[in-house]
Ligand binder design. Structure first.
Ligand SMILES: [Zn+2]
Length: 263
């Protein structure tokens, strides 16, 4: 009787442990198998500013990654905004421009995206993702939290789609890649940081010293913001970035596995 109870306890415990370990594996498989509907696939071109400059293979990969992103992340409309398919595709498609690498997953730790109609006020009395505390409330277009939540302003996303210099989705998801690389700031997880550190270090110091014709001066705040605004410039102004900062452009193009500048 005792042995039967012990065996039962063992089987139940093993089952629970197996379920806990199997969950992320099964979730990753679900993400890999996700596909866009024909309607979503048609609309992806309008949802991603760089789309016309991507080769066919990258477009197909972007469609698969966008589907995977949409399969696991919940969208929440805030301040009365209703989430529609245009918004979901614009956020997912642009975020996934950052994960076209071979074998890249699509931000598995992000659970929820909150969209506000316009820029929103935040007041961090507790430390934010960079450990900063606000004295005063700040008006933001986007914010990346490391507990799996990203907050975005739809009016700023629309401006990026219309060709503005800024891209709040790319900015916030570059921060997410940064969070995923413990022990470094201003870089995603890389096997070798040599080229990245040299190109980013040089361009960061240059921005702090003399500014840049294409990189937002906000990037001079710290290396994390520099990575985020450099990624925005890569997506919104690839030609100018390649001309003004060829080394930085090349490192980003190699990492993202796309080369959108027209030369
Ligand atoms: Zn930022």
């Amino acid at each position: 009787m005792l042995w039967t109870s012990l065996t039962l306890v063992f089987v139940v415990t093993a089952g629970i442990v197996a379920a806990i370990f199997a969950r992320p594996v099964l979730a990753a498989r679900r993400r890999r198998r996700a596909a866009l509907s024909p309607d979503q696939a048609r609309r992806l071109a309008d949802a991603v500013p760089l789309y016309p400059r991507l080769p066919t293979a990258a477009r197909e990969r972007l469609a698969r990654r966008t589907a995977a992103f949409l399969s696991h992340i919940r969208f929440v409309g805030c301040d009365g905004i209703e989430i529609d398919e245009t918004m979901r595709l614009a956020v997912a498609g642009q975020a996934c421009l950052l994960c076209l690498r071979d074998g890249a997953d699509v931000f598995p730790w992000v659970r929820e995206i909150l969209i506000y109609p316009d820029a929103f006020w935040v007041h961090h009395e507790a430390p934010d993702e960079l450990g900063l505390v606000d004295d005063e409330p700040r008006l933001l277009a986007g914010e990346a939290w490391d507990e799996g939540r990203v907050i975005l302003s739809w009016s700023d996303i629309s401006e990026a789609l219309a060709g503005a210099d800024h891209n709040v989705v790319v900015h916030e998801f570059a921060h997410q890649l940064d969070f995923d690389a413990p022990g470094t700031v201003g870089a995603p997880a890389l096997a070798d940081y040599g080229d990245w550190a040299a190109a980013f270090g040089e361009a960061y110091e240059q921005l702090r010293r003399e500014g840049s014709p294409v990189i937002d001066p906000y990037g001079a705040e710290n290396p994390a913001e520099f990575f985020a605004v450099a990624a925005e410039a890569f997506v919104q102004r690839p030609d100018e970035l390649a001309a003004a900062h060829p080394r930085l452009y090349r490192v980003l193009a190699d990492y993202l596995t796309i080369d959108p500048a027209r030369r």
